[in-house]
Each structure stands twice: as structure tokens, then as C-alpha cells.
Design a binder for this molecule. Structure first.
Ligand SMILES: Cc1cc2nc3c(=O)[nH]c(=O)nc-3n(C[C@H](O)[C@H](O)[C@H](O)COP(=O)(O)OP(=O)(O)OC[C@H]3O[C@@H](n4cnc5c(N)ncnc54)[C@H](O)[C@@H]3O)c2cc1C
Length: 430
């Protein structure tokens, strides 16, 4: 049996932030225990940003977050802006730099430095970390009734590990993340633990994940990266557009743009009954009419050119061939000749609106984030304390909050962790 004042379950990004905040505010008056089921902490964090850790974004705002009630994140983001999070990392030894699109990284571009700084700051503040402690069950001890007056027990939460060890604590912070990337420790155990305490979870779905599509077009271009605009269409209607790098793969589409749309595809597939397509604009530099005239003039200038090379230079050569073939249904070896306006319009449409039927998304192993989670309506948005069980807090990805690709998910993990840790420690001071 181990007794402590504040126990944090899950030593990922949110759990570390929560433990550090609680220990800082407690300043030695309250004991803080960080429990991690894996033998080593921080496996997921080490993989973030391809090992460089995109830890926040200057454009953090409510609009970047999704879930049943995205406005829930507002008070937390108000307290912990991107600047405040970068200051926190600077204080613990990791200065950050930002890119033109707002993404922030540690100056040394190493996720391992972020992990080390968190571990050392936790140690410095007196947090005790227990790895290999897999919390399998949570019990809340009832108040003892003394002549009808409830006498609250000092440490009402009992955390039971798989091996029978028990931790008793006054405050409990659940920071167990979600099932994305199980090979890096992702799991839904937190949803189960919070479920046993009365907190309901929404459907869990993979997000920031590659999109699977019908094969012929994408497979022929597998491995090619292009810059363009991808628009997700539901029953022919545009839902969201993203501009940037698109990577073709055997199974469908990857790269930053597709990852960004993946969560929305996941949710739409889950709803069912809709036709989903990705429309790709390979040449967003011109509007449709300008592009059509430009193609007519190009055909006049490039006498003798065949479909093999007609779009080369403007588009990636293989993409140009695939689009030419799909748009005009003409043999690539035939000379293009004079383009009449109707044919030029068909080709311009193919260049700016190639439609690929979406079949789904890759699975949990490939997903970076979990869409869905524990319902936020069960928690106070300012303190992240449970509305059902006083003294219980949560933070990070276990909640029904998922952010866009670009540092927004780690931002939520740090910011919500810092809020939950502060709130838990402050409640003990009262
Ligand atoms: C490959 C990859 C790259 C990513 N890159 C970025 C990026 O660059 N920028 C960004 O913003 N986001 C990125 N993300 C997303 C980001 O890593 C997560 O959103 C974030 O780590 C969530 O933090 P968390 O603390 O809530 O959960 P986690 O980091 O998943 O931590 C939860 C911890 O709880 C532990 N745990 C679970 N159950 C128990 C239990 N019962 N008992 C004890 N311990 C338990 C787990 O082992 C884990 O260590 C990436 C994700 C992946 C997979």
C-alpha cells in the first residue's frame, strides 16, 4: 500500500505536465506520484514530429479543436497560450523556435530533449515516478457515517495495479491518453477506468491518419509527393480544404494534407451512408478560366508534343500523364494537336478537380491521435475536475478533444495537464 496526496495516472505529455504543475504549487507540502504502466516513460513523445517534437503552434485557438463541444477547451487555452507553453519549456531548459506556419519545436529539434527536461523537472520538484505500474482498477471509498454525519476519508481513491499493488490518494488525475498508436503505448484503459466512475465516453476513432481510397489512380502514382489542395467532399459537397503536400501511396493518400483530413473522414465513415471523395487541385496557381486559356495557348506553342509531356513542367511528369489520361481518355503517345475550348476545359477540370473515391482510413497503429473520448460535459472546463466525483481530474487525449495536425494535440496535452495539476494541488490548499 502506497499513500500519496496527488496521483497522476499516465506519464505521457499530459501526465508529466500535471505532475510538475501539482508539485510546483505544492512546494513540498503534498506528495505527488506519477504512475506509468510501461517500463519506460515517454515512448510516444519520443516519436512526435518524426523525433523533433512539434510541441505547440502560434495559431492555437478553439477552431483548431474538435469533439462534441470544442468550446470546452477555451478556458484552458486562455490560461495556457502557445507563448505561455513555450515559456514553460524555456523555464525547464528547452527554448523553442517557430516556423513560418506557426509550428513550434525545441531549438535542438530533439523530442528526447523535451522528454529529459520533463523528467528532470519532475524529479527536481519531488515527483516520484513509478513505471511498470498498470492501473487496472479505481475504487472510491465512501465517507464513513458518524451519527448521520459523513466523515470523509483522507485518501478516498484506491488505485489497484495488475500485480496487486495499491496506491491510496486524496486527488486523482487521469492522463492515460487514447488508443492511437498502440505500439507506442496507446490504449483505452483510461476510458474504462473513468467509465467505472460514471464518466461516459463517445465513440473512439482514429484521427490524424492516412486516407484509404479506390486504388487505380493513387496506386499508379505511389511514392510521389506533390503540392496541391485536397478537398474532402461529402455527397459532392465540399467540407474542408487543405493546401500543402500530398503523398500518393498504394492504399490511398498520405502526407500532411491527408493526415489533416483523416479525422474528418473517420467521423464521416462512422456516420455512414455518405459518398466521400477527395478532390485534388494540382494547380491552384490559376483560376479555371485562366488555366483553360493557358492550356489552349500551350498546345499552340508546343507543336508535336504528346500527352506524355504536355503537362510536364507545370505538374510532376507522372502526375501530368495520369491526369491527362484521366481527363481526356486519350492515348499518351498521340500528339496533343490543337486543343478546342471544350477539350481544354475538360483537361483543366481534371487538373483542378481530380476526384478520388474514399473508402476509409488506416487503423489505430497508423493514427497519431484519438478522436472522441471521455465526455467533456462531465468535467469543469476551468479546473478539469469531475462534476461527478470531487477530487477526480482528467487531462490530455483521454478527453473528447482532438486537435489539428501541427502541434495542437501536444499543446492540449501540456495546457490541460498544467491546469489539472494546478487545480488538484490548489484544492488541497483550501
Ligand atoms: C507518431 C506520432 C507523432 C505525433 N506527433 C505529434 C506532434 O508532433 N505534435 C503534436 O501536437 N502531437 C503529436 N502527436 C500526438 C501526441 O503525441 C498526443 O496527442 C499526446 O501525446 C497525448 O498526450 P497524453 O499525455 O494525453 O497521452 P499519451 O502521450 O498517450 O500518454 C498516456 C500515458 O498513459 C499511460 N497509461 C495508459 N493507461 C495506463 C494505466 N492504466 N496505468 C498507468 N499508465 C497508463 C500510457 O502508457 C502513456 O504513457 C503524435 C502522435 C504520434 C503517435
Amino acid at each position: 500500500m502506497i499513500d500519496c496526496d496527488i496521483a497522476v495516472v499516465g506519464a505521457g505529455a499530459a501526465g508529466h505536465a500535471a505532475a510538475i504543475a501539482a508539485a510546483r504549487l505544492s512546494a513540498g507540502r503534498h506528495s505527488v506520484l506519477l504512475l506509468e504502466r510501461a517500463d519506460r516513460v515517454g515512448r510516444k513523445l519520443l516519436a512526435t514530429g518524426g523525433g523533433t517534437c512539434n510541441l505547440t503552434n502560434l495559431h492555437v485557438s478553439v477552431e483548431r479543436y474538435h469533439g462534441a463541444d470544442p468550446g470546452f477547451v477555451s478556458p484552458v487555452l486562455h490560461t495556457w497560450s502557445a507563448g505561455a507553453v513555450m515559456d514553460f519549456f524555456d523555464e525547464i531548459g528547452v527554448p523553442c523556435r517557430t516556423e513560418p506556419d506557426g509550428r513550434a519545436y525545441p531549438c535542438g529539434a530533439q523530442a528526447s530533449a523535451v522528454q529529459d527536461a520533463l523528467r528532470l523537472e519532475a524529479q527536481r520538484r519531488g515527483v516520484v515516478t513509478l513505471s511498470g505500474f498498470d492501473v487496472g482498477d479505481v475504487r472510491v471509498r465512501d465517507p464513513i457515517l458518524l451519527e448521520d454525519t459523513p466523515l470523509y476519508v483522507k485518501r478516498p481513491f484506491e488505485l489497484v495495479a495488475g500485480d496487486g499493488r495499491v496506491v491510496r490518494t486524496s486527488r486523482l488525475i487521469v492522463a492515460t491518453g487514447g488508443p492511437a498508436a498502440p505500439q507506442l503505448g496507446g490504449s483505452d484503459t483510461g476510458h474504462r477506468l473513468l467509465g467505472s466512475l460514471g464518466h461516459v465516453s463517445t465513440q473512439l476513432l482514429p484521427a490524424i491518419v492516412q486516407i484509404t481510397t479506390e486504388k487505380p489512380f493513387v496506386k499508379s502514382l505511389s511514392g510521389i509527393r506533390v503540392q496541391g489542395v485536397a478537398t474532402l467532399l461529402r455527397n459532392g459537397n465540399p467540407v474542408r480544404s487543405e493546401q500543402g503536400e500530398i503523398l500518393f501511396a498504394d492504399y490511398g493518400l498520405s502526407g500532411p494534407v491527408s493526415l489533416q483530413l483523416g479525422g474528418m473522414v473517420s467521423r464521416a465513415i462512422d456516420t455512414g451512408g455518405e459518398v466521400l471523395e477527395i478532390s485534388i487541385n494540382f494547380f491552384p496557381e490559376m483560376d479555371r478560366a485562366t488555366l483553360t486559356n493557358w492550356l489552349i495557348r500551350r498546345a499552340e506553342r508546343l507543336t508535336g508534343v504528346t500527352g506524355m509531356d504536355f503537362l510536364s513542367g507545370a505538374l510532376n511528369k507522372r502526375v501530368g500523364q495520369a491526369v491527362f489520361k484521366a481527363g481526356l481518355g486519350q492515348k499518351l503517345t498521340d500528339p496533343v494537336g490543337v486543343l478546342d475550348p471544350a477539350t481544354a476545359t475538360r483537361l483543366a477540370n481534371a487538373i483542378q478537380d481530380t476526384r478520388i473515391r474514399v473508402t476509409g482510413v488506416q487503423g489505430w497503429r497508423e493514427a497519431q491521435v484519438t478522436a472522441g473520448g471521455v465526455e467533456v460535459s462531465g468535467f469543469e472546463p476551468e479546473s478539469l475536475e469531475s462534476r461527478i466525483i470531487p477530487g477526480l481530474y482528467t487531462c490530455g487525449e483521454v478527453l473528447d478533444v482532438d486537435g489539428d495536425c501541427g502541434g495542437y494535440n501536444l499543446h492540449w496535452a501540456w495546457a490541460s495537464g498544467l491546469v489539472a495539476g494546478n487545480s488538484a494541488a490548489r484544492s488541497l490548499e483550501a
